[in-house]
Design a protein. Structure first.
Length: 105
């Protein structure tokens, strides 16, 4: 039993090390906007996405992400295009700022 548990833990550790990920924190001002990537609602800001690092990103030291957007409760939306982050930045963030000319409800 003990050996099976050790093998399971080792296997879990090995499998989790196979794919390297890069965390990007998406925030909004004000916070609490719904966060979307490729039209899928993922949660509320601040939200952390862990991107798998493709081989070409390791070669260039840059990871490119797809566009994302946020929507505040009153429907105001802010969109980003594709983004690039340096892999040597351990605290990668992107902040959506609510347009100043948008009406506040």
């Amino acid at each position: 039993m003990r050996i099976a548990l050790i093998h399971a833990l080792l296997l879990t550790g090995l499998l989790s090390g196979c794919v390297q990920t890069f965390p990007v924190t998406y925030n909004s001002v004000p916070q609490g906007a719904l966060f979307y990537v490729e039209g899928m609602q993922l949660g509320y800001t601040p939200y952390v996405v862990h991107y798998a690092i493709p081989k070409d990103a390791k070669d260039n030291d840059v990871i490119e992400t797809k566009g994302a957007y946020v929507r505040w409760t009153d429907g105001v939306t802010q969109i980003s295009g594709p983004l690039s982050f340096r892999l040597d930045n351990p605290a990668a963030t992107y902040t959506f700022t609510r347009p100043e000319d948008s009406p506040v409800r």
